[in-house]
Design a binder for this molecule. Sequence first.
Ligand SMILES: Cc1cc2nc3c(=O)[nH]c(=O)nc-3n(C[C@H](O)[C@H](O)[C@H](O)COP(=O)(O)O)c2cc1C
Length: 210
Amino acid sequence: MTEFTSEEISSLEKRYKANLINSVTGYKSANLIGSISENSISNLAVFNSILHIGSSPALIGFVLRPLTVERHTYANIKSSQFYTVNQIHSGIIEQAHQTSARYATEVSEFGKTGLNEEYVKHISAPFVKESKVQIACKYVNEYEIKENGCLLMIGQIEMLRVQEKLIQADGWVDHMAANTASILGLDGYAEGKLINRFAYARPDEPIKVL
Ligand SMILES: Cc1cc2nc3c(=O)[nH]c(=O)nc-3n(C[C@H](O)[C@H](O)[C@H](O)COP(=O)(O)O)c2cc1C
């Protein structure tokens, strides 16, 4: 095993350290957050930190980097309250990655990448038409992570849009059939392979494959 102590980690070269720490925890979900500014300019950015917060109420969160530079996604969420979380699949990974480039406020990443925006009912934020799993969220709260100035953003799920064939009879979304991508570090895109689904685990009962 190659070992790194916390002192050794602190003194690693900057890029090497970023790659090591970003990738060491493994596969992350890959999503595009869509939002819209007060001047009606749409915005799209790749995020690998979307996480489940709870089912009742249905809440999801994501980690936003410190507000030391302009953060369009954050500004748009605060002004409009709405944002969308759109699945990245293997067919759109290049466009998705390009959204991380630092475009000016008045430039829409939709136009720059060729991904299409789609508007639905009362949700003011744009969905990504190409995504097979789409979530609309309403801003609920934010928590500062005091140790590094990042924000944990909490959103309530206002609407789910999932390709019909991807939802199994028990509600489970089949991300294999959707070719959903996951992210390794800040630059690796992968596709997952299901090994098994298991029934609810109970003490001293054998594991049951679903
Ligand atoms: C693979 C990948 C994952 C990213 N994940 C996050 C993330 O979870 N949180 C974050 O604040 N920025 C993340 N970023 C950086 C944003 O995509 C980038 O800062 C983007 O320009 C933000 O756009 P905005 O200013 O329009 O919101 C990630 C970048 C890449 C390439």
